[in-house]
Design a protein around this ligand. Structure first.
Ligand SMILES: [Fe+2]
Ligand SMILES: [Fe+2]
Length: 276
């Protein structure tokens, strides 16, 4: 397929069907800039692939087959940054997939602006990690990577409300919980440059969770659903892992996520702070 895509969904499908990571990043930057400049206004109806195209490397393996390395060692830090880079590449595809897959749901332009902006952030996150891996003598593709990340997209391909609950409000919100510990660990091992990359990513991920919460609540209201009850029901039906703390209350609050969404006890929302 050649030529500039005429619609936003065609642009999304272009990224999703492009395998090289550097090309996914470059196309995402270009399409996001075009949208910001007032282009790609027509949403269109191009259909996304079931699975995005991916480069031949990294080799994808089940999580249990991933090599273990000492967390503070150079090899351990490289393995960790490589794993995050893989998550960010997946996140680029997830953002474009939500645009193309749910284009027919009658959503306003602001919805598409939000996910284009998320895709652009994820492309920068991937690029930052790729640069940092390079400084450490590695690159994306040098190590095997986790095979199961697209499952969240497949298990929620039928319903935008479920997609928002599982991806931004659960998986990305979990990132808000776990990243501060990872940043501390990198600093403790003297890797301030990697810590700075992760800190920037963590800041911007708050906005992704916020977009998830905002559109989830718009959609729940449209369907006449109580958002917290709907969120919990979707998690119970579609998310294998249980909701797990400790939660980063301040970051989740900054994303507009009411504690009732993740409180572990029925009365926890009434308490001023969670137990962690
Ligand atoms: Fe990201
Ligand atoms: Fe994100």
């Amino acid at each position: 397929m050649t030529g500039a895509p005429a619609t936003l969904t065609a642009a999304a499908v272009r990224v999703l069907t492009t395998a090289p990571a550097a090309d996914k990043v470059a196309l995402t930057r270009a399409f996001a800039a075009e949208r910001r400049a007032g282009g790609l206004r027509q949403v269109g109806d191009a259909r996304p692939p079931d699975r995005p195209a991916r480069p031949p490397r990294p080799e994808l393996r089940p999580p249990r087959d991933m090599p273990r390395r000492a967390p503070g060692s150079l090899a351990g830090r490289v393995a960790f940054l490589h794993a995050i880079a893989h998550i960010e590449l997946n996140a680029i595809d997830l953002a474009w997939d939500i645009i193309a897959r749910f284009a027919g749901d009658g959503l306003p332009a602001a919805f598409f602006d939000d996910w284009v902006s998320v895709a652009a952030d994820e492309a920068e996150h991937f690029a930052l990690l790729e640069d940092r891996l390079g400084e450490l003598g590695a690159h994306y593709g040098a190590l095997p990577a986790h095979d199961g990340l697209w499952e969240a997209a497949e298990s929620t391909a039928d319903d935008l409300l479920a997609r928002l609950a599982i991806v931004p409000m659960n998986l990305e919100a979990r990132g808000l919980d776990t990243t501060p510990t990872a940043i501390d660990r990198l600093r403790r091992h003297g890797d301030d440059a990697s810590a700075a990359v992760l800190a920037r990513i963590a800041d911007e991920e708050v906005g992704h969770v916020a977009a998830g919460v905002r559109w989830f609540e718009v959609l729940a209201a449209r369907r006449g659903l109580d958002p917290v009850a709907a969120f919990r029901q979707i998690l119970a039906e579609r998310f294998k892992g249980r909701l797990k703390g400790p939660f980063n209350g301040p970051a989740r609050a900054a994303a507009g996520m009411d504690t009732a969404y993740f409180a572990t006890a029925p009365d926890a929302a009434a308490r001023p702070a969670l137990d962690n």
